[in-house]
Design a protein around this ligand. Structure first.
Ligand code: MG
Length: 162
């Protein structure tokens, strides 16, 4: 039986260090520390990219944009997202909805959530009410709780419109 719907999951974690910008969902957030990585280290956009690729069993962000390649150094993660979205569109799929959790101890993300939702919706060319972002602290526990890491988790539902 062929299904019109596919579900995808993406998860990403980045170390937080001083002297790096903190970019989440394509939005720069004022912070004393930022995410370390080969690209701009936007954990949320990376997780969404992986969720889209995963829904269509197209591999993962690392196989499409290897961090061993110099051209992805400090790359804008919006490039990864739009490339994955274009592959999805070519296969005849559209996003039904997207839900996410960003785990970060500090700063508080709630004031930035609406801007992130709008920005992601714009990049994916969908309505922002299809994009959910929840922000959670880890109550002081683990790498996230100690302020050493940011983690993002995403589920996405895509539907074949052909
Ligand atoms: Mg990443």
């Amino acid at each position: 039986m062929d299904s019109n719907y596919r579900i995808g999951f993406g998860s990403d974690i980045h170390r937080l260090v001083e002297g790096r910008p903190l970019i989440i969902g394509g939005i720069r957030i004022p912070s004393d520390t930022g995410a370390e990585g080969h690209s701009d280290a936007d954990a949320l956009l990376h997780a969404i990219t992986d969720a889209i690729l995963g829904a269509l069993a197209l591999g993962d962000i690392g196989s499409h944009f290897p961090d061993s390649e110099a051209r992805w150094k400090d790359a804008d993660s919006r490039t990864f997202l739009t490339e994955a979205a274009n592959q999805m569109l070519k296969l005849g799929f559209r996003i039904a909805n997207l839900d996410s959790v960003v785990h970060l101890e500090t700063p508080k993300l709630r004031p930035h959530v609406e801007a992130m939702r709008k920005n992601i919706a714009m990049m994916l060319e969908i309505e922002s009410d299809l994009v959910s972002i929840k922000a959670k602290t880890s109550e002081g526990f683990g790498m996230v709780g100690k302020g050493l890491a940011i983690k993002a988790e995403v589920v996405i539902l895509v539907v074949n419109v052909r």
